[in-house]
Structures are given as structure tokens and as C-alpha cells.
Design a protein around this ligand. Structure first.
Ligand SMILES: Cc1cc2nc3c(=O)[nH]c(=O)nc-3n(C[C@H](O)[C@H](O)[C@H](O)COP(=O)(O)O)c2cc1C
Length: 167
């Protein structure tokens, strides 16, 4: 076997998961960040985790507000998933700039994309310094799903966004 970087290895593990992590901005809007490094961590209690670069606006918002909704984007959002992963909410109102239509969840301040397959509403439990990223460990409050939507994945590492069956 040949040696390679962890990042290069993700070309072999494609399709990789992809999510849009939704956080609450100071004006009550939603910031959306493309995050592939998320995982379930526990079922009893229900806990998930995701890694976000230390410099990300998402991290700043989640550390401040302690709430977050991790969503799995539907097929209609393929272009926007890449756009949300190549821009920061510090400079861009991504929902408005990339024409992402949002909807409300019950008992949740953070609006999420209309075309969402699964939404995991969470509160921040703790975050861990893991190097150039923080790992956010989150208690799951509620999970929602829409089985009419087709989930997206990241292909060729993280360079292409497409459903599993079409790539
Ligand atoms: C397909 C894809 C997957 C990504 N996965 C991650 C990830 O798991 N963690 C991370 O910190 N950034 C990831 N990014 C990069 C962030 O989305 C990017 O840094 C974004 O600008 C962060 O936005 P924010 O500053 O508004 O939070 C990914 C980008 C793409 C295109």
C-alpha cells in the first residue's frame, strides 16, 4: 500500500457525508456552512459531533449561542452546498446570496433550508480542541426527516456534490 495524507485518502472513501450546519446570526438569520466531518456519537443519550475550522463563523456562532441544526441537504441544493463551503458568513449572507429558501422548525430559532432530508436540532454540550479544527459535541433535541427529498454526498473527496445513485 502507498502512504498518503488523510485528506488525499478521502478520495478513496467517496461518497463522503455532507451536511449544511445551520447556526443563528446576531440578526436572527441563518448562517449555513458545508460540513462533511460529522458523525453520530451516542444513541442513549442521542449525541452527534462535527468538526469545524477554528476560524469559521459557524464555530463562533455555535460557541456563542449554544444551538445548532445540522441538516442533510436535498438534491436541489447541490450548487448551493458547494457555494456555502467556499464562502464565510462573516462576509456573505449565504441564504440570500445563493437563493436558499428557508423554513422554520417547531420550537427552534434557527431556520433551515426547505430542501432538507434530515434535520438534527441540537444544543452544544462541549467543544474540544483537535488541532486546526474544534470538534463540537452536541446533545440532540429533535430529529426530523422528509422522505420525499434525495440526499447529497461529497464525491472525489470533497470536490463534487451529487446524490449517491447518480454519481
Ligand atoms: C464539500 C465540502 C465539505 C466541507 N467540510 C468541512 C468540514 O467538515 N469542516 C470544516 O471546518 N469545513 C468544511 N468545509 C469548508 C467550510 O464549509 C468553509 O470553511 C466555510 O467557509 C465555513 O463557513 P463559515 O465561516 O460561514 O462557517 C467543507 C467545504 C466543502 C465544499
Amino acid at each position: 500500500m502507498k502512504t498518503l495524507s488523510l485528506l488525499d485518502a478521502t478520495t478513496f472513501t467517496s461518497p463522503n457525508p455532507v451536511s449544511l450546519v445551520c447556526s443563528l446570526t446576531p440578526s436572527g438569520g441563518t448562517n449555513l456552512a458545508t460540513i462533511s466531518w460529522w458523525t453520530c456519537l451516542s444513541l442513549k443519550p442521542q449525541v452527534i459531533g462535527f468538526a469545524s475550522m477554528k476560524t469559521s463563523y459557524t464555530g463562533e456562532l455555535v460557541r456563542a449561542g449554544k444551538q445548532v441544526v445540522l441538516t442533510i441537504p436535498g438534491q436541489a441544493l447541490a450548487r448551493q452546498v458547494m457555494q456555502c463551503g467556499c464562502s464565510t458568513g462573516r462576509e456573505t449572507d449565504k441564504a440570500s446570496e445563493f437563493a436558499i429558501e428557508l423554513k422554520k422548525l417547531p420550537d427552534c430559532d434557527i431556520a433551515i433550508p426547505v430542501h432538507t432530508v434530515v434535520a438534527i436540532q441540537c444544543t452544544l454540550k462541549e467543544f474540544v480542541d483537535v488541532g486546526d479544527h474544534y470538534f463540537y459535541i452536541c446533545d440532540v433535541k429533535q430529529v426530523y426527516a422528509d422522505d420525499t427529498e434525495t440526499p447529497l454526498f461529497a464525491w472525489q473527496g470533497y470536490s463534487r456534490i451529487a446524490p449517491a445513485r447518480e454519481a
